[in-house]
Write a protein that binds this ligand. Structure first.
Ligand SMILES: NC(=O)c1ccc[n+]([C@@H]2O[C@H](COP(=O)([O-])OP(=O)(O)OC[C@H]3O[C@@H](n4cnc5c(N)ncnc54)[C@H](O)[C@@H]3O)[C@@H](O)[C@H]2O)c1
Length: 376
């Protein structure tokens, strides 16, 4: 894939994770753009990239760049993704795709107006090898009819009222936080894995801290640093959410999300109960898939390419994890571009997938506000 070159927007957590994954699949990264020229230059130096861009326009005007990755706070995704497509470049945007379904539907339309450009949204978790395995087994009928799907995505990095990040502000991240930031990963993964779309939701959301202490100055994602000076800010986004789900075809489900669960660092779990088997997976032990039986001993499948339906890079016992899911997601994106057949079914999460997640978020918020089931 050496003929395709990319650039990165955003110099925070996702900035270096994307650059690292792109390098692993052989896509050249021309440069990086931060919120100021000084940040761009510092990130370019640290990551060994040729260019620290002086502005977003400089990236759009760089003829050496064919594809742009957006890893900035959610508020900027819509405008940036739109401008990337209008500049004639492929775009891979971080989730959530936009702040509202009005914005994300516009992006779906703009993407359709540029059929020769790939437009992806980074729902990377679906690319874990054992999640792909679960999907394949369900598709092959191995699990039977799905009765119910239950799970959670929980973290602890916002457990204190002094924990702060741009995500806690609705103006930066959107009206929903835990649901949109991590819940949409779970919802994307489950819909992709089972092939069943969510048809209706009933939600209860809870903002544990209606006020948080904001440090004076920017705070990096997952930072543990205590700030010297802070100010109180009002918080309207949820720390916790529980959602009842009804899936296409009648399956039922529940998911809860939390950024205030002590000890859970980045823990996504699902259990899929089918008429023949159950499947359970936990992102904190991503190399194991539990397979439950009624009439024989349960199994624990350790990730080993020799035992999987789909390929995986590392041999069994050589554990894969978070960073590998980015690598596989980006590989799907760039192999699709390299094949050059843009009428083919995309193998990566598309803007339509990203839009669907935002429609779901809005239904979840409406359900919480009205105390009733909302159809999606
Ligand atoms: N897929 C995943 O697993 C995953 C994980 C974390 C974050 N994310 C998503 O990635 C995005 C970024 O999150 P993060 O955790 O990296 O945040 P972060 O705060 O660590 O980094 C964001 C960076 O964007 C920069 N920035 C802000 N405005 C900018 C602009 N106009 N131009 C250029 N740079 C700008 C900031 O200076 C900061 O360095 C969010 O949308 C988030 O939801 C996805």
């Amino acid at each position: 894939m050496s003929e395709i070159s990319a650039a990165m927007i955003g110099t925070g957590f996702m900035g270096w994770v994307h650059v690292e994954a792109l390098r692993r699949i052989g896509v050249r990264v021309v440069g990086i753009c931060g919120s100021t020229p000084a940040k761009s230059d510092a990130a370019a130096k640290q990551l060994g990239l040729g260019r620290g861009y002086q502005s977003f326009d400089d990236v759009l005007n760089d003829d050496e760049v064919h594809s742009i990755h957006i890893g900035t706070p959610n508020r900027s995704h819509f405008e940036m993704a739109k401008r990337v497509l209008e500049a004639g470049k492929h775009v891979l945007c971080e989730k959530p795709l936009a702040m509202t379904s009005d914005e994300s539907s516009q992006l779906v339309r703009i993407s359709a107006e540029h059929p020769d450009l790939a437009a992806g949204v980074n729902y990377n978790i679906r690319f874990n090898a054992l999640c792909q395995e679960a999907r394949q087994r369900i598709q092959d009928g191995d699990v039977g009819n799905i009765f119910h799907i239950n799970g959670s995505y929980v973290q602890d990095w916002l457990i204190k009222p002094t924990d702060y990040n741009w995500r806690v502000l609705a103006s930066e991240g959107g009206d929903l936080r835990a649901v949109s930031d991590i819940g949409t990963h779970w919802l994307d993964l489950i819909q992709r894995t089972t092939g069943l779309e969510v048809e209706a939701v009933f939600a209860d959301l809870y903002t544990v801290y209606p006020t948080r202490q904001r440090p004076m100055g920017e705070v990096a994602t997952f930072s543990n640093e205590a700030a010297a000076e802070t100010e109180a800010v009002e918080i309207t986004t949820e720390d916790y959410g529980a959602i009842l789900l009804r899936f296409q075809g009648g399956a039922r489900g529940t998911v809860h999300v939390s950024q205030v669960t002590a000890g859970r660092k980045n823990c996504l779990r699902f259990e899929i109960a089918g008429s023949k088997k159950s499947l359970y997976w936990n992102s904190e032990s991503p190399n194991e898939l539990w397979i439950g039986h009624r009439d024989e001993a349960n199994e624990l499948l350790m990730r080993d390419p020799a035992l999987l339906v789909n390929a995986a890079d590392y041999p069994g016992g050589h554990n894969e994890g978070y960073a590998d899911s980015f690598k596989y997601c980006f590989r799907a994106f760039y192999e699709y571009i390299a094949r050059g057949d843009f009428s083919a079914e995309p193998t990566f999460p598309t803007f339509a997938d990203g839009h669907r997640e935002i429609v779901l978020c809005e239904a979840i918020l409406q359900s919480h506000q009205t105390g009733s089931w909302v159809e999606v």
